[in-house]
Design a protein around this ligand. Structure first.
Ligand code: GLN
Length: 290
């Protein structure tokens, strides 16, 4: 009777109650994701089998995952993946969690770059999980990509994602840091398209971000220096050497930064275009043509 194992539905309820008590939103949805991950099944499977008794190991795994989420670890790290542009990306605490706002960069690339079948050469500075570059390699099936990151652990995540998404043969990953001299030479350019979602948060503002972000995401991927623009200066300062004449830059901007980034790029001989807005109406992607 009562001593039997709990059903999946009962575990789901308990996890949702615990998440709600901890002040987390969307708890029903998150609890479902955690349970699916703990049980190694899909959400659809859970809906069909919710009344069945769950193995004790699943209950135990769910308790551990729920405790991590209650400590505000981002959901994507807890379950080890995040969807971006309809593709599944593995993530670890070495990489920024892919965000829906960054999908705006993919939209802009598809609208601005003619010829899906062309053998474009694409560079991603600060490649992280690879969500931008690998998505572009999927959308442009003859393109080749170079992804640079200062973090070897991030490059390992990008490599695993490239394998899983079937684009590894068109990708080269380079460990490099735009804060150190000599990084441009290692990239073997030039490129038709330069993309980047560099760190852009003002150093002093990081502590005030949501705890999920401030405490768990890599500061290397967030910290844009005292005014948030340090990475943009480094990247725009070399962009003319990296991008062919007529080639393009698409760069993600923090809120309120698009005008300054456009100005930096025009100083280097680029013609900036109208920024692309994200779903929240923020100028998110700065396009520029060389
Ligand atoms: N979009 C991230 C945030 O919300 C910042 C990412 C970045 O610095 N590139 O905090």
């Amino acid at each position: 009777m009562a001593s039997g194992a709990a059903s999946y539905d009962a575990l789901l309820r308990d996890a949702a109650v615990a998440l709600t008590a901890a002040g987390i939103d969307n708890t029903r949805f998150e609890a479902r994701l955690l349970l699916a991950h703990a049980a190694g099944v899909t959400i659809e499977w859970l809906v069909a089998h919710g009344g069945e008794a769950a193995p004790l190991a699943v209950a135990e795994a769910l308790r551990e995952l729920t405790a991590r989420r209650i400590r505000r670890e981002p959901m994507a790290y807890v379950v080890g993946e995040r969807e971006f542009w309809g593709l599944s990306f593995k993530v670890s605490p070495a990489v920024l969690v892919p965000r829906p706002d960054s999908e705006t960069l993919i939209e802009a690339a598809l609208a601005l770059i003619p010829g899906r079948a062309e053998p474009w050469r694409i560079l991603d500075l600060g490649v992280g999980s690879g969500c931008l570059l690998l998505t572009l390699l999927r959308e442009f099936p003859n393109a080749r990509g170079v992804g640079m990151d200062a973090s070897a652990a991030a490059l390992a995540v990008a490599e695993a994602n490239a394998e899983a998404l079937g684009v590894a043969s068109r990708l080269r990953l380079v460990e490099g840091d735009w804060r150190q001299p000599g990084w441009v030479e290692r990239l073997a350019g030039p490129f038709d398209l330069l993309v980047s979602n560099p760190p852009y948060v003002e150093t002093a503002a990081i502590a005030g971000l949501m705890p999920d972000v401030a405490r768990f995401e890599p500061h290397l991927a967030l910290d844009g220096g005292p005014d948030g623009l340090v990475a943009y200066r480094a990247i725009s300062g070399e962009a003319a050497r990296l991008v062919v004449p007529g080639g393009r830059v698409l760069i993600e901007a923090g809120e309120g930064q698009a005008a300054e980034i456009s100005a930096l790029l025009s100083t280097e001989g680029f013609v900036p275009g109208r920024p692309w807005k994200d779903l929240g109406g923020i100028d998110r992607i700065v396009p520029a043509t060389h």
